[in-house]
Design a protein around this ligand. Structure first.
Ligand code: NAD
Length: 360
């Protein structure tokens, strides 16, 4: 029997090859006339065409986005936006750039347009992150949700394959946890399953041909679906663990998600069989195979191997000696998860995620 509450986040989404060309129209639609274009220092080439398309409506390029949004970078960007008289900001790039846009919106209430070029999904969420004195805090605020999101698959053609693959698994993590969320609903579950399916198809096709425009479109479509799920329902063990590992051990975001996800799913498998069935099905398992709750984690591990993603947290710089501390930190703040968070099984999960062996 269905029982749920569903509140949609209101953002306008424009999806399609060449949709970047609508940027001036979209700025105008917000009633804005001076847009500040944000990017990371190494990706000015993404921002320059946006500035060119905007012409007189561009208040300049600000190439100061940094991963995890240090508070000083957010303050400097907000000050710069004020100085140049910007009345909206356009974030083009991955989650780091969208994060800077959100920080500006939080401080100044400027409307944000996001043009994502990775699969992180931040553009669809009212969640912001700010790092102060080495500690990352996250929060929810409706002001930071981008008003308009332009998904143009052409823009991700230059995203290197290794980043594309781990970013795709980062997106799948939102959908996977959305499928067993305590506050989940049937619409989000449909989007989550379709998101995993589209990403699995797109990532496999990218492995064959990095320049395949249809594969880029599938991946970005999947990222939109998965990001929407992240913005609507609560996450659990997997996201909390990745937040701990990223924040306390300075591990890279998408790569951490890719290493942990099969093991977090294995941990929750018996407690969330319907979610596991849908995940396994979306990854290509037959109906009969998908009925085994262990199938989802194994299918994800197999996909990761097929894509050639480096195995385990050890491959991204985590020290084995730090696993005990990671476990203690993860146990310190209790949160909801379909299966109770128990010290010994959690420590075993971390060990397996570190070494990159098959999930169990
Ligand atoms: P990122 O934005 O740092 O991008 C990863 C790399 O991809 C960078 O080196 C970037 O230069 C490169 N890149 C991006 N687009 C490119 C392109 N078109 N061509 C070539 N290279 C390109 O990383 P990310 O994984 O997208 O985002 C991670 C950040 O986003 C983290 O700080 C994370 O906490 C945050 N995040 C927030 C939310 C949320 O809802 N608030 C959701 C997901 C992620």
């Amino acid at each position: 029997m269905y029982e749920f509450t569903y509140t949609a986040n209101a953002s306008r989404v424009i999806f399609g090859r060449g949709s970047l060309n609508s940027i001036e129209q979209e700025v105008e639609r917000l009633g804005a006339g001076r847009a500040l274009v944000l990017c990371t220092p190494d990706r000015r080439e993404l921002a320059e065409p946006v500035a060119a398309l905007l012409g007189k409506r561009c208040a300049g390029i600000y190439a100061g986005a940094i991963m995890h949004v240090p508070i000083e970078s957010a303050r400097a960007a907000t000050e710069h936006a004020g100085k140049v008289g910007a009345d909206c900001a356009i974030a083009i790039g991955g989650g780091s750039t969208v994060g800077l846009g959100k920080a500006i919106a939080l401080e100044s209430a400027l409307p944000i347009i996001a043009i994502p070029t990775t699969y992180a999904g931040s553009e669809m969420t009212p969640i912001f992150g700010l790092t102060e004195n080495g500690l990352k805090r996250t929060g929810r605020d409706a002001r930071v949700l981008p008003r308009t999101v332009i998904y143009d698959p052409q823009l991700s053609l230059t995203l290197p394959l290794p980043i594309s693959f781990v970013s795709g698994l980062n997106a799948m993590a939102h959908a996977a946890e959305g499928l067993y969320a305590r506050d989940g609903n049937p619409v989000m579950s449909l989007m989550a399953e379709e998101g995993i399916r589209a990403l699995a198809k797109g990532l496999r096709a990218l492995k064959q041909d990095a320049a395949n425009p249809d594969a880029r479109s599938d991946c970005l479509y999947g990222a939109w679906l998965c990001g929407t799920v992240l913005g609507q329902v609560g996450m659990a063990l997997h996201h909390k663990l990745c937040h701990t590992l990223g924040g306390s051990f300075n591990l890279p975001h998408a790569e951490t998600h890719a290493s942990v996800l099969p093991h977090a799913l294995a941990y929750n498998a018996a407690a969330a069989p319907e979610a596991m069935r849908r995940i396994a099905r979306a990854l290509g398992a037959s109906e009969a195979e998908a009925n085994d709750p262990a199938a989802a984690a194994l299918a994800l591990h197999a996909l990761s191997q097929e894509l050639g993603i480096p195995a385990g947290l050890k491959s991204i710089g985590m020290q084995e000696d730090d696993l005990d501390r990671a476990c203690q930190i993860a146990l310190a703040n209790p949160y909801w998860n379909p299966r109770a968070i128990e010290p010994q099984p959690l420590r075993a999960l971390l060990q397996r995620a570190w070494s990159g062996v098959a999930p169990q």
